[in-house]
Design a protein around this ligand. Structure first.
Ligand SMILES: Nc1nc2c([nH]c(=O)n2[C@H]2C[C@H](O)[C@@H](COP(=O)(O)OP(=O)(O)OP(=O)(O)O)O2)c(=O)[nH]1
Length: 133
């Protein structure tokens, strides 16, 4: 799997996450991911090559809702079966952004020891459980 370190100045700066980003108005999740992978990694991805795997929900934000100013946060993990180009960190390299390929067998260790945001840790652990099941 490919992990990406967030630039220091951003929310969760310096933490390792799955490449991706927010869905914009009128976009499907797969279209948003294909767009983000182009912007962040410089690769071209066909939406047909994105396979949904699992998701993670922010429990703390679940207490939110209308009037609270809090919105639920859901991270969706996709498997990218094929792409064109070689992934490189396109944004924020001067501020610490970086990429690292991690073997599936090492995912749990990374989730525990590497510094990742909470939902990315949850995705790592769930995905590894799915593979071992
Ligand atoms: N990957 C990840 N993001 C999280 C978690 N918790 C949480 O609040 N977030 C927030 C951080 C970001 O604002 C947002 C992820 O969207 P993003 O990757 O497009 O964010 P970004 O900061 O690069 O983009 P921007 O809004 O600054 O333009 O979700 C988490 O556990 N994992």
């Amino acid at each position: 799997m490919l992990l990406q370190r967030r630039p220091r100045a951003k929310h969760h700066g310096g933490l390792w996450e799955f490449p991706g980003g927010k869905v914009e108005d009128g976009e499907s999740p797969a279209a948003a991911l294909a767009r983000e992978l182009g912007e962040e990694l410089g690769i071209v991805v066909d939406q047909a090559d994105l396979v949904p795997m699992t998701f993670a929900v922010d429990d703390v934000r679940q207490g939110g809702g209308p009037g609270t100013g809090q919105r639920a946060l859901v991270l969706m993990l996709y498997l990218c079966r094929r792409w064109q180009g070689i992934p490189v960190a396109m944004e924020g390299v001067e501020d610490g952004a970086a990429l690292e390929w991690v073997a599936l067998a090492d995912m749990k260790e990374w989730a525990i020891s590497a510094k990742m945001p909470p939902l990315d840790i949850a995705l790592c652990i769930t995905f590894q459980k799915m593979l071992l099941a």
